[in-house]
Design a protein around this ligand. Sequence first.
Ligand code: GLN
Length: 487
Amino acid sequence: MKLTDMTAVELAAAIREKKTTAVAAAQAVLDVMEEKEKRLNCYVTLDREGTLERAQEIQKKIDSGKIDSPLAGVPVALKDNLCTRGMRTTCASRILGNFVPPYSAEAVVRLETAGAVIVGKTNMDEFAMGSTTETSAYGPTKNPWNEAHVPGGSSGGSAAAVAAGECFLALGSDTGGSIRQPASFCGVVGMKPTYGTVSRYGLIAYGSSLDQIGPLCRDVTDCAAALEIIASYDDKDSTSAERKDIRFREALADDVKGMRIGIPRDYFREGLSPDVKKRVLEAAQLLAQKGAVVEEFDLRLVEYAIPAYYTIAAAEASSNLERFDGIKYGYQAQDAQGLHDMYRKTRSQGFGPEVKRRIMLGSFVLSSGYYDAYYLKALRVKALIKKAFDDAFAKYDVILAPVAPTTAPELGKSLQEPIKMYLGDIYTISVNLAGLPAISVPCGFDSLGLPVGLQLIGDGFAEKKLLRAAFSYEQARGPFKKCGEAQ
Ligand code: GLN
């Protein structure tokens, strides 16, 4: 087997058993980058020499028995909104083009401590606002399955890098679907944990009440192993949850007998592509054949999720992005006359159009006179959506749904119609509004040969059940075709 065809857990085991080394794995990934990165543009920042040095250091620690983790020696990529000490962190924005953080995000520190070899920072939609990775100030990423298509977003660089073999595993962030949707478009596994499970310390904030960091990986086993490492209680994040049940690998059992799985009818109505619908329902059937009790139900309120999400996310973004003023961080306009002119020019030149649109929308819904009509109403809708999920989880262990209404759109087609692009988030955003965990697992291809993702949604803090369902499905499905492999 080619080294880069292994999963992260398989690779770490091979390193442990001295069948290969962390340096050989890093070199294998660098070779793939040499071949593909110019075309795909998965990364904003790569550190080739540093990668080999880090791999050597980790190998020494593995040899001397100082590290023993399921991911020791594995080359890992990080979405470029995760702060990395000494390594440029841009959020794919011009405004942070020269920002080198003095500290690393907690999730990054935990991965490094576990012996992961950080290879670079992946491309994304600017400040994680978008669904295609086309709002990046550093050019779009291309979908490795078909380079005329987007990889999804906003964690598109992370998903494409895992699919293309430019890393074994990556971290992303999910505010409204940004891990699950690119995972689905690129044929990899992506998981958004329950809100509060992974510390947000060092994650550059978009919508703080919705943001969660999570893994993008080759399979569900890698996902459980990565989540186990990055999940932690952290007093540097005031929304961090104290959990005792974070040994997620224990949940990897091939057993869904008697598991109650609900399919929300409202997710299968107009707007859903027939190919996606077919693949997702086939996946449901496989789980039923394994003994799960699968039935349809009405989730309710689905049509309110998009307006509520875009109101809340934009409101929080407008407040979070106030700090980028040309003084504290990054880019500063040089041709300004006085302080206010400098703020105006810095932000006008530093932010792209999608970010400006969200800042304006967010400032509007928070302004006096409109706060009650829009922002407060959106918060009420959010509470009702949470209640609808609570009712569903009184009856079901897991909810089964599509990740997105379509497979990956063609490059250049989405940004002209932002509202249409926002509608593509319909099946993912409610999960963030309700703070729930959800996972995207590849479940087949459309007629163009582009991957389709199956979404499984769990109740709050019920990751183990979710991982068991995802793992069992993966076993029933069998190995998923690798990107670049003949049909
Ligand atoms: N597409 C959604 C948005 O643009 C979700 C993005 C995300 O999860 N970061 O807001």
